[in-house]
Design a protein around this ligand. Structure first.
Ligand code: GTP
Ligand code: MG
Length: 311
């Protein structure tokens, strides 16, 4: 999938982050004669501003200081080392999507209110439809008014099937029916939408576990992926959300939505470096095609291509 168009899309989606991270880093390295303490302080400031996070930033700065001491303080060479250091941290957070050997593959999608769950589900549906798969959506957000209708509109738009109940119905019952429908209709991908919830709400976390158990009881190995949708514009808050959700339900991966909407896309580095939950997809806009599977090398190329790369 790594065509030129794909890299361009990624770059466009990361335009705001390139402005706060890539460009200032490039300017810093180009304008410096040597990498010394004031230089490292300025770099630290840029990384923190782009939400790379304090811990990851400190590690990156330490690595660079060490490289400067052992190899000399030539900015051009150190710029390349910095880019590779960040790429290495991004690689730590990458892993492939787990598809069922015997379909359907079930994705359970969860997250805090408004992070982008339903839109991200539409994107996943569109992605797998394009790959020629039969996709079924389960409208297990029976809580928020018009949530089912929202998912239904997306289902129509992308050409996926949907299983829905009335508002206020038991979300686990919707998931149950959706599993049966997926098996009966030979769907290859089943994606379960859920209501937004705070990890601090024990009732809603129990509800999520119940959906999960129902799905597991109907389809062996399911859910194959439990995706936590995080809003990239939430910054370091997204990290604490992920940590808490992980305690409530087994998260297998992160869908990082709204990366296009933030200048603080450095959050990806923090997530990959520290969280121990792989990033599987990134959302780069509001449209059904504005999504890419997370690929660490492509991501760091999109961040550091041309602009900012030591010539
Ligand atoms: N710019 C941008 N906007 C996004 C992206 N993903 C979602 N959104 C927007 O975020 C808003 C909320 O999206 P939803 O998909 O409804 O979020 P949700 O998590 O399902 O919300 P609840 O069901 O209410 O918890 C909408 O306006 C979306 O268009 C993205 O990748 N980029
Ligand atoms: Mg929703």
């Amino acid at each position: 999938m790594a065509s030129g168009g794909f890299l361009e899309r990624l770059k466009t989606g990361l335009a705001k982050t390139r402005k706060t991270l890539t460009t200032p880093i490039g300017e810093l390295f180009r304008g410096a004669r040597r990498v010394d303490e004031p230089f490292l302080e300025r770099l630290e400031e840029i990384l923190i501003t782009a939400d790379v996070g304090v811990e990851a930033t400190m590690n990156i700065i330490d690595d660079l200081r060490e490289a400067a001491e052992s190899r000399g303080a030539d900015p051009e060479e150190l710029h390349g080392i910095l880019i590779e250091d960040i790429a290495r941290r991004l690689r730590k957070g990458e892993s492939r999507v787990h598809l069922a050997e015997t379909p359907p593959t079930v994705f359970l999608v969860a997250g805090v209110n408004g992070t982008g769950k339903t839109t991200s589900i539409a994107k996943l549906a569109a992605w797998y439809m394009k790959a020629g798969k039969r996709v079924l959506l389960a409208a297990s957000d029976t809580f928020r008014a018009a949530a089912t209708e929202q998912l239904e509109i997306w289902a129509k738009r992308v050409g996926a099937d949907i299983v829905r109940h009335a508002m206020g119905a038991d979300p686990a019952a919707v998931a149950f029916d959706a599993c049966e429908a997926a098996l009966a209709r030979g769907a290859e991908i089943l994606i379960v939408d859920t209501a937004g919830r705070l990890h601090t709400d024990p009732n809603l976390m129990r509800e999520l576990s119940k959906i999960r158990n129902v799905v597991a009881g109907k389809i062996p190995g399911a859910p194959h992926e439990v995706l936590l949708v995080l809003d990239a514009t939430a910054g370091q808050n997204a990290i604490s959300q992920a940590r808490s959700f992980k305690q409530g339900v087994d998260i297998t991966g992160i869908f990082l939505a709204k990366l296009d909407g933030t200048a603080k896309g450095g959050i990806v580095v923090a997530i990959c470096d520290k969280l121990g939950i792989p990033v599987k997809f990134v959302g780069l806009g509001e449209g059904k095609n504005d999504m890419e599977p997370f690929d660490a090398d492509a991501f760091s190329r999109a961040l550091f291509d041309r602009e900012g790369v030591a010539q």
